[in-house]
Write a protein of this length. Structure first.
Length: 336
């Protein structure tokens, strides 16, 4: 027979068994203990390039100012990623003073407003910035960037500003900036890139990007010819595929187009003063893109606007395929 005291103790134990899960679910977790998987925090990059004016110009097209204002006031990304052509050099008759004046204009109109907003300007150099055929342009580009080193978490800056690597989002995204300002990428550069993609910083990152100026394959009709795309791009593409690169981001053709080339995603970044797609006349427009990288998912999405009108660009309106030099490129709606 169970005594009355035992029955009371039994009822108390049952009540405790009922209440304990409720109490534990309401109680805060002790400080320092994990509360589950970390959220996939996106890294947001405004992609803006190919905005130089005519040779020697120290002014820029009006859509550039609107794009910078959108980046500073609306998007406020983690960084700007630029595929080059920031000034209008690459002309032998321009004097040193004129090239320096162009860099001063870029500093005033683009880099300084971004810097005041706390947005670093990450870049690669284009043919109009630092052509391999112009020692003067490369010297002036090196001098300007030595005095204006962006606030980036560099992984390797020994070749800065022509090639370097860095991380964003506390190491979540790894970016290698390649010197593709001309059509030839040397064995030395491919070896450097391969080593960078195999580095601890790159392997620890959830996503890896490579930025260079010239494309692997033709995008715009005006530039779809030898010398305007990388010569023999397959070895470089194989390095990026083997290194698990999410996307190669390039400029030069000034025609926004997210695509797949073999097993590699490529983003033709567009520009201010766009060009028609290969095989599609009348499609030119200026664009600026917000690239959102989701490192834990290994994917990226785009928000692209017409830089002249501010209207969104519907990816479904882009050609499904471009059959340019070294192509074809097949349109995608995101990178993964």
């Amino acid at each position: 027979m169970i005594s009355s005291r035992s029955r009371d103790e039994l009822r108390g134990m049952r009540r405790l068994a009922f209440l304990l899960p409720l109490l534990l679910s309401a109680a805060p977790l002790p400080t320092g203990l994990p509360s589950g998987p970390a959220p996939d925090r996106p890294v947001r990059l405004a992609v803006l390039g190919d905005f130089n004016g005519p040779y020697g110009s120290t002014t820029y097209p009006a859509p550039l100012a609107r794009s910078v204002a959108r980046i500073v006031n609306e998007w406020r990304p983690d960084a700007v990623l630029s595929p080059g052509d920031l000034i209008g050099a690459q002309k032998a008759s321009l004097g040193d003073a004129q090239v320096r004046a162009m860099w001063a204009a870029f500093d005033r109109e683009v880099r300084a407003p971004l810097s005041r907003a706390g947005i670093p300007f990450a870049f690669t150099l284009g043919n109009h910035d630092a052509s391999p055929r112009s020692p003067r342009d490369r010297r002036e580009a090196a001098a300007y960037w030595a005095a204006h080193v962006p606030a980036l978490a560099f992984a390797d800056r020994t070749g800065f500003p022509f090639r370097f690597s860095f991380t964003l989002g506390g190491g979540a995204v790894f970016v290698a900036s390649l010197d593709a300002s001309g059509p030839d990428v040397s064995d030395t550069q491919r070896e450097w890139l391969s080593a960078q993609l195999a580095s601890p910083a790159a392997r620890a990152a959830g996503a890896r990007l490579v930025v260079g100026h010239l494309p692997l394959a033709g995008v715009s009709a005006e530039k779809n010819r030898p010398g305007e795309v990388l010569r023999d791009p397959r070895p470089l593409r194989q390095v990026m595929e083997a290194g698990g690169v999410l996307a190669y981001v390039h400029g030069h053709h000034a025609a926004f187009y997210p695509a797949r080339l073999g097993r590699l995603n490529v983003l033709s970044a567009g520009g201010i003063g766009g060009r028609d797609y290969v095989g599609f006349p009348g499609t030119a427009r200026s664009t600026v893109t917000l690239l959102t990288v989701w490192p834990a998912q290994g994917r990226a999405t785009f928000e692209t606007v017409d830089a002249a009108t501010g209207q969104p660009v519907d990816l479904a309106t882009l050609p499904a395929r471009l059959d340019g030099l070294n192509g074809p490129l097949v349109r995608v709606t995101d990178f993964r």
